[in-house]
Design a protein around this ligand. Structure first.
Ligand SMILES: Nc1ncnc2c1ncn2[C@@H]1O[C@H](COP(=O)(O)OP(=O)(O)OP(=O)(O)O)[C@@H](O)[C@H]1O
Ligand SMILES: [Mg+2]
Length: 456
């Protein structure tokens, strides 16, 4: 699963992709609309030019036919041509006469023009018609009528510009709105990612509680169901682990009892018997018997010490009777006898004691393994043990200033066992060590188990 940060970047790109899609749709509809509008514009300019030319031809034909009735036909002809002055669609000129006359389209030249590419796109070419003029039965030049699509194209170009501006004014805020909306709609996914990250870290109490649209609310409900089931499973797991641990402790206690009650008295009896045999053999001068009897007594003494030490490990001395502090003090005494050169420090906060047999045993076993590891692997000059309450958890810390864990240190039963014990009570175990800088083991046990809480 991706982390919150990288998920955010995915969301961002998804957001950009969606907005890009909207932009493509806008651009495609603009291109399609533009193509259709261009085709229509081309047809309408063509029709306009055709009708302007037809009307112009009619006017010129009528005017030329009436020239004979005029007092001054050349002048009437000039006036006829001049009557087209200002026509937007036709350029009319009289050529071949005594005086060439042209009727300018407009009094002033046009200030603006549509771009060349647009005129080419509309694609209407000017057409030209020549009407011959005869005065008094002789040819008197000809009138040329030429269509000028330029003005019509300019008009369409201006309309196009207006529509484009309108579209831009509409699409820019629309895209911005969509962008903001998508960001808002995807924000819950960010929180979902944060929730998943917390689940990944073992915090099953996390829940999503905000109101969401139907698609996302299904996701939220599934997330909450999953978190709930994980929470329940973790609770069952914890209970099983606790049962396992207390069974283990019970079994150890039974073993200790059997060793103490069954083996102890017999060892004691054998020891007395061996002492008696030795005494009588010495009294009767039986040196060959006295020596083995002494050896038996010595072996039994050794066995008794071993049994005592096993009893101490199987059943922490004083834990049930005097509590955690005394039991650990006893443990320290055990090691002090063997390593008097080490500086031992013990600090137990009063509120950390008396938290129940299971917690006491767990802390005792963890401290026991830490001390044994420090002696076996660390060769420290000082060991500090502290147990107290921090941030709603019971924290046991064992710090030694020994050689630290080497880079190739493996994992034996000790570390696994300590971790399992801490986890069994819903807690955690943390090891910090640098070669040459000692080792610190920290066990955290929650003081109360969490209940599902709406935190997101
Ligand atoms: N206090 C320490 N100082 C230096 N090294 C340590 C310390 N504690 C543990 N280690 C290293 O971590 C390894 C694993 O420790 P762990 O207690 O799991 O196994 P072990 O002590 O070797 O055997 P056992 O299963 O009997 O406990 C050790 O072998 C040792 O290399
Ligand atoms: Mg060990």
């Amino acid at each position: 699963m991706r982390t919150g940060g990288s998920l955010w970047s995915t969301l961002l790109s998804l957001r950009l992709r969606l907005i890009g899609l909207v932009a493509v749709v806008f651009a495609a509809s603009l291109a399609l609309g533009g193509t259709v509008a261009c085709l229509n514009a081309s047809r309408s300019v063509e029709a306009e030019m055709r009708s302007a030319l037809a009307v112009g031809q009619q006017i010129v034909a009528l005017g030329v036919a009436g020239l004979d009735r005029s007092d001054d036909p050349p002048r009437a002809l000039e006036e006829l041509v001049a009557s087209f002055r200002g026509n937007r669609h036709l350029r009319v000129t009289l050529t071949g006469a005594e005086r060439a006359v042209a009727a300018p389209q407009r009094d002033a030249p046009p200030l603006a023009a549509a771009p060349g590419w647009f005129e080419r796109l509309i694609g209407v070419t000017p057409s030209r018609v020549l009407i011959p003029v005869r005065l008094d039965g002789r040819a008197y030049g000809e009138i040329a009528l030429e269509t000028v699509p330029h003005n019509e194209v300019l008009e369409i170009w201006n309309e196009f510009g207006g529509s484009l501006l309108l579209l831009a004014l509409f699409s820019a805020p629309t895209m911005l709105l969509i962008y903001v909306f998508i960001g808002h709609a995807l924000r819950p996914l960010d929180r979902l990612a944060a929730g998943l990250a917390r689940i990944g870290g073992g915090d099953y109490a996390v829940r999503l509680e905000e109101r969401l649209p139907p698609e996302l609310s299904r996701l939220r409900d599934s997330f909450n169901r999953m978190a709930g089931q994980l929470f329940a499973m973790a609770a069952v797991n914890r209970t099983l682990n606790q049962q396992l641990l207390s069974l283990q402790e019970q079994e150890r206690a039974e073993l200790a009892r059997d060793l103490h009650d069954e083996v102890g008295p017999f060892l004691f009896a054998i020891n007395i018997d061996a002492a008696n045999i030795r005494r009588q053999a010495e009294a009767n001068g039986l040196a060959t018997v006295a020596a083995p009897a002494a050896a038996i007594a010595e072996a039994i003494g050794h066995l008794q010490k071993q049994v005592k030490s096993m009893l101490g490990r199987l059943r922490p001395i004083g834990l049930a009777e005097f509590g955690l502090g005394d039991a650990i003090a006893h443990l320290i005494e055990f090691w002090r006898r063997r390593h008097p050169e080490i500086d031992y420090r013990l600090a137990i906060a009063p509120e950390a004691e008396g938290r129940g047999e299971l917690i006491d045993t767990t802390l005792y076993r963890i401290v026991q393994e830490c001390l044994s590891n420090a002696m076996r692997h660390g060769k420290p000059a000082a060991i500090a043990i502290s147990i107290g309450c921090e941030d709603g958890a019971l924290v046991a810390r064992v710090r030694d200033d020994g050689c630290g864990m080497s880079a190739d240190a493996g994992t034996g039963y000790g570390l696994i066992g300590m971790g399992e014990r801490a986890k069994g009570l819903g807690g955690s175990l943390d090891m910090a060590s640098d070669p040459g800088a000692g080792t610190t083991v920290t066990a955290r046990l929650p003081l109360s188990e969490g209940v599902p809480a709406a935190v997101l």
